[in-house]
Design a protein around this ligand. Structure first.
Ligand code: CO
Length: 226
């Protein structure tokens, strides 16, 4: 515990106890992992060779490792609000480049989820200030499917469907990058997947898979010389 804690402030202490609890749980987790697999950390500290890149929502309920029953070392992760794949996002492009070109992941999964706050916000028509710029990427998915979605009378079903359509659209955005197209040409990988996680039952629902032999539409297709 740090020495400059305002011990007279009960709220402050309670908040600090929350973070202390995480550290305590971490010790227990670490000990449990070593008990099950004594070489787990010494092996992982040398290198990582994950087969998967996960591009998911930042939502606290959709934790990639936990919901897939995997452990550290298996999934390389990028998360942002509403699992957006946008070609001007230097963070996403850096993660994608490293995962595809250096780690040579075999699968890239874009995982949306039903009940996504970002999707709901984008559908609401409300002004969210600075967030509007990010939500516009979701609104693009909404606009592209607007008539079909408006024809759905149940509001929750409409939101769920946009979560699915949005995840599918982001996977197509991945296919438009030179990073993915070059990897497809050079090593016949990775596969691209759109999945949607249902908060109500914890089940991942596959939407589409794009295989490395996919023919990208002409305006978005790169012709590599080498
Ligand atoms: Co979300």
């Amino acid at each position: 515990m740090t020495s400059n804690v305002k011990s007279h402030d009960p709220d402050h202490c309670a908040a600090l106890e929350d973070s202390d609890l995480l550290l305590l749980q971490n010790k227990a987790w670490s000990q449990g992992m070593v008990a099950r697999d004594p070489k787990f950390f010494s092996r992982l500290s040398e290198t990582q060779k994950p087969k998967f890149l996960w591009i998911g929502c930042s939502d606290s309920r959709v934790a990639a490792d936990t919901i897939t029953g995997t452990v550290p070392g298996q999934i390389f992760v990028h998360r942002n609000i509403a699992n957006v794949v946008v070609h001007s996002d230097l963070n996403l492009l850096s993660v994608l480049t490293y995962a595809v070109e250096h780690l040579e992941v075999e699968h890239v999964i874009v995982c949306g989820h039903h009940g996504c706050g970002g999707v709901k916000a984008a559908m609401s028509g409300k002004d969210f200030g600075m967030l509007n710029k990010w939500l516009l990427h979701i609104k693009d998915s909404y606009g592209q499917n607007y008539e079909a979605l408006q024809a759905m009378t149940d509001e929750r079903a409409r939101e769920d469907r946009l979560c699915e359509l949005h995840a599918i659209r982001q996977v197509h955005n991945l296919a438009k990058t030179a990073i993915i197209q070059r990897a497809w040409q050079e090593r016949k990988g990775p596969f691209l997947h759109a999945w949607v996680y249902d908060l109500r039952d914890g089940i991942l629902q596959p939407q589409i898979t794009i295989a490395p032999d996919h023919k990208v539409q002409a305006p978005f297709r790169f012709d590599f010389e080498d």
